[in-house]
Design a protein around this ligand. Structure first.
Ligand SMILES: O=C(O)CCC(=O)C(=O)O
Length: 398
């Protein structure tokens, strides 16, 4: 069933019994009971309650934000100038230099250290053409500028979270982020929700397809280098990821009249293996948690931000770390970003790489079917790194 208008829809109009039914279905997909159940939704990995458009809200002459967006402040301190900034990896030194050269070894070592200690790095000389980045950016900006009547046709539906809206909203009481997003599964093609794809503006669809292809190439290139750095069997890495699940999330953070009270994106770690983030404009907002402080990641021209997700932490048997991050908002500048999430192949089992378990002589995480893992992730409110705890084998927790 199609939703009612997301702007005029009040927070309380969602029927109570529907919420309760919904919660019931979440319990049955919880990660604690990996029981096989009849699956009528092979490609439906999640849903989220429908919430109003923040872009429309931000057009109103507000001096205060509605209570549902006000956070209780708790914040970890911000880093100061003594905190180093996130490492920068020159991919040309990895993908084009001879593998025995000192340039290659020192860049591989930087990648390994960044993935272990930061879980985040920026990549330069990544090989994605500037013209594609520019074209895609223009179309994403135009997409968010579409009139609301057009966007409504692309809004999330009650039974599936792809489209415009917010993710991870599981109750009417939950605090909301000061942002709108558009979420879509892009690869493999048979996971496309074709009814959504067909409604996208043609030019955006073309650029999205081209961008998605480049992001897969980039993710596979980085994963190959990570296999070398981890001393993991390269064939095992390729086997796990060659037909991986990719989804893309376009984020729009409008200016906010009370930025110190709101969050653009709640603290979370990503469920995937590798995320590649394109910060479309030069507005800062991304913060990562490092040694108990929030460190800002400054947008660098022509760089992409890469981060380790929970799947990579699991596959690497805990060597690489997926790091909590969040997005802040500000009163002067709107912000746009696009996150591309890359995960292992659907239909596979998620768990530590067998070649690493043999090397480490211990498995630090359990094994579960990938689809169950995703359904459990999307069924809950974002809460830092808590979802990864489901996967840890208690006796080996680090
Ligand atoms: O916009 C950002 O900087 C953060 C986005 C993000 O964390 C996400 O889309 O998962």
């Amino acid at each position: 069933m199609k939703n009612s208008n997301p702007i005029s829809k009040g927070f309380s109009t969602f029927k109570r019994e529907r919420v309760d039914n919904y919660k019931g279905s979440l319990v049955s997909t919880s990660m604690e009971t990996y029981k096989e159940e009849e699956d009528h939704e092979a490609v439906n990995l999640g849903r989220s309650l429908i919430v109003p458009s923040v872009q429309e809200l931000a057009k109103l002459p507000l001096t205060k934000i509605p209570l549902r967006y006000v956070r209780q402040y708790h914040h970890h301190p911000l880093s100061d100038d003594t905190t180093p900034s996130v490492p920068i990896i020159d991919l040309r030194n990895l993908l084009a230099a001879a593998s025995g050269s000192s340039t290659y070894s020192s860049e591989l070592n930087k990648l390994h250290t960044a993935s272990k200690q930061w879980g985040f790095f920026q990549v330069i000389n990544h090989g994605v053409s500037e013209s594609l980045l520019e074209d895609f950016k223009r179309e994403v900006l135009n997409f968010f500028k579409l009139p609301m009547e057009e966007k409504q046709k692309l809004w999330q539906e009650e039974d599936n979270h792809e489209g415009f809206g917010q993710l991870f909203v599981v109750s009417e009481e939950q605090k909301l982020d000061w942002s709108d997003m558009f979420y879509v599964t892009t690869l493999p093609h048979d996971l496309h929700r074709s009814q959504l794809f067909q409604k996208l503006p043609l030019i955006l669809r073309e650029k999205l397809e081209a961008y998605s292809k480049e992001m897969k190439k980039l993710a596979m290139g980085i994963l190959g280098q990570m296999a070398k750095a981890l001393e993991m069997d390269g064939d095992e890495m390729r086997e796990l990821f060659h037909d991986g699940v990719q989804s893309i999330r376009m984020n729009y953070y409008p200016t906010c009249p009370e930025p110190e009270l709101a969050l653009g994106f709640s603290p979370h770690s990503d469920a995937d293996a590798l995320t590649i983030l394109y910060q479309l404009n030069q507005t800062e907002g991304l913060r990562i948690r490092k040694d108990g402080k929030w460190v800002a990641i400054k947008p660098l021209p022509n760089a992409l931000v890469v981060n380790i997700g929970d799947i990579m932490e699991i596959v690497s048997n805990g060597v690489y770390k997926s790091i909590e991050h969040q997005a802040t908002v500000n009163s002067n500048n709107e912000r746009f970003s696009v996150a591309t999430f890359y995960s292992s192949n659907m239909g596979t089992e998620l768990g530590p790489a067998r070649s690493l378990v043999a090397k480490h002589k211990v498995a630090n995480f359990r094994r579960v079917p990938l689809e169950k893992y995703f359904k459990g992730f999307f069924a809950q409110k974002l809460n830092g790194k808590s979802y990864l705890d489901f996967m840890k084998l208690q006796e080996n927790v680090t």
